[in-house]
Design a protein around this ligand. Structure first.
Ligand SMILES: [Zn+2]
Length: 59
């Protein structure tokens, strides 16, 4: 189960394995499925993750 992070303006979804955050729940679920199966990150998935800077803009 991905973590849901609620902001004032939007919801973000966090992979419980690698703690990266995504705007898309589908991608967060993909990331988590990959992370728990492979114990590593898939660059094709984590490129969709929000950067810390992007996160600051949203909060
Ligand atoms: Zn992950």
């Amino acid at each position: 189960m991905v973590n849901i992070i609620k902001n004032k303006s939007c919801e973000l979804y966090q992979c419980a394995e690698c703690k990266l955050k995504y705007e898309s729940r589908k991608i967060a679920e993909k990331c988590q499925a990959w992370c728990s199966a492979h114990k590593s990150c898939n660059i094709a998935i984590i490129k969709h993750a929000l950067s810390e800077e992007h996160k600051k803009q949203l909060v």
